[in-house]
Design a protein around this ligand. Structure first.
Ligand code: AKB
Length: 313
C-alpha cells in the first residue's frame, strides 16, 4: 500500500529536520518536501521537493495526487512576533492552510494530519507554573489566537467528520541546522550564533524571563511518535515540556564552555509576548497517553548546539 508523506513548510526550522528524519525512517522517495520557497540543500537533494503555496487548496491537491500522499505534516505558519506586525496575513496563512488540509482529510483525499499548536495558546491569565493541558487560555497575541482557534477547528473536524488530526503545543524549539524566523523564543537560537560570531549576544528578552523550550531532536521525536500512535479516540493538542530557562540561565550554561562569553539586554516588543506565556508546562497527559518523554536537558542542549556549530566542547 502507498503510504507517502507530505511535509508542508519543509524549508522552515522544524520542517527541515522533520523531513530529513522522516526520510531516514520511511525512505527518501516516500517523503515529499514542500514549501513556498527553496530550502536546505539536503532537503532539496535527498528526495522529492515541490514549491507549494499552502493557501491554495488546488495546488496542495495536485501535489497530493502526483505523489499519492496519505499523510500531511502541516508545518507552515507565521510565528508570534512577526504575526503581531502582520495580523491579517498571519490569520490568513495560519487558518487557511489549516482549513485546506483539514478539508482534504474530510474529503478522504488524505487520511492523517499533523498540525502543530504552541504554548502561545496560553495568555496572561493562564497559570504561569506547570500550566495544565486545560485551563484559562485567553491568548493575547495574534499567533496565539490563531493557534487556539486552530485547536478548536481540529477538534471540530475530528468530532464531526472523523478527521484523524494530531497535534502538540510546541514550546520554543532550539536547533542549529535552520534558523527560526519571527518568533519570541528565537533568542535561544540566536544566542548561539552570537557566541560563535563574537562571543557576545544582546538579548531582546530580559535576563529573568523564563520560557519553556525544547531541543529539536525531542521535538521531532514527539512529532513522529504522536503520528505513529494508534488512532486516538478524542482530539487534544498535547502540552509538551522539556526544559525551561531564562536568557541569564542559558548564558551561564554557555559560559561553562566559553568563559568570556557576555550577554547584554535590550528588550523590545517581544518582551510583552514572552510575559504573556507560561514559564513551565505540565505535560503529564502526553506522558500518560502516548508515553512522551524528553531526553535533552539544558546542559546537553548547549553542548549539542555548540558542537553543531563547530565549537570544540
Ligand atoms: C514563537 O516564539 O512564536 C514560537 C512558539 C513558541 O510557538 N517559537
Amino acid at each position: 500500500m502507498n503510504n507517502n508523506i507530505l511535509v508542508i513548510g519543509a524549508s522552515g526550522q522544524i520542517g527541515t529536520e522533520l523531513t530529513l528524519k522522516l526520510r531516514q525512517i520511511y525512505g527518501n522517495q516516500k517523503v515529499v518536501a514542500s514549501d513556498i520557497r527553496n530550502g536546505n540543500y539536503e532537503v532539496m537533494e535527498s528526495g522529492p521537493f515541490e514549491i507549494l503555496d499552502v493557501t491554495n487548496k488546488d495546488d496542495i491537491l495536485k501535489v497530493i495526487q502526483k505523489h499519492k500522499i496519505t499523510q500531511v505534516y502541516l508545518m507552515a505558519a507565521m510565528l508570534s512576533a512577526i504575526a503581531e506586525k502582520k495580523p491579517k496575513n498571519a490569520w490568513e496563512l495560519n487558518m487557511n492552510s489549516l482549513f485546506n488540509v483539514l478539508d482534504l482529510a474530510r474529503e478522504k483525499v488524505i487520511d492523517k494530519v499533523f498540525w502543530p499548536s504552541s504554548i502561545a495558546v496560553f495568555g496572561p491569565s493562564s497559570p504561569k507554573q506547570d500550566t495544565p493541558q486545560l485551563t484559562v487560555m485567553n491568548p493575547s497575541t495574534v499567533y496565539g489566537i490563531s493557534k487556539l482557534a486552530g485547536e478548536s477547528w481540529c477538534a471540530y473536524y475530528h468530532d464531526k467528520f472523523g478527521v484523524d488530526v494530531r497535534s502538540v503545543r510546541y514550546p520554543g524549539i532550539i536547533s542549529y541546522k535552520t534558523n527560526p524566523g519571527g518568533g519570541t523564543t528565537d533568542y535561544a537560537v540566536e544566542i548561539f550564533h552570537g557566541a560563535k560570531a563574537h562571543k557576545s549576544y544582546t538579548s531582546f528578552l530580559s535576563e529573568n524571563t523564563v520560557l519553556p523550550m525544547m531541543y529539536m531532536d525531542d521535538a521531532i521525536n514527539a512529532t513522529i511518535k504522536i503520528m505513529q500512535h494508534e488512532k486516538f479516540e478524542r482530539y487534544t493538542s498535547y502540552n509538551l515540556a522539556a526544559v525551561s530557562f531564562s536568557p541569564k540561565e542559558i548564558s551561564e550554561a554557555i559560559k561553562k564552555h566559553i568563559p568570556d562569553f557576555t550577554i547584554n539586554y535590550k528588550t523590545d516588543d517581544r518582551q510583552g509576548i514572552a510575559e504573556s506565556w507560561p514559564q513551565t508546562i505540565d505535560d503529564k497527559q502526553a506522558r500518560k497517553d502516548w508515553n512522551w518523554e524528553h531526553k535533552v536537558d539544558l546542559d546537553e542542549l548547549v553542548r549539542e548546539m555548540l558542537q553543531g556549530l563547530h565549537f570544540a566542547v
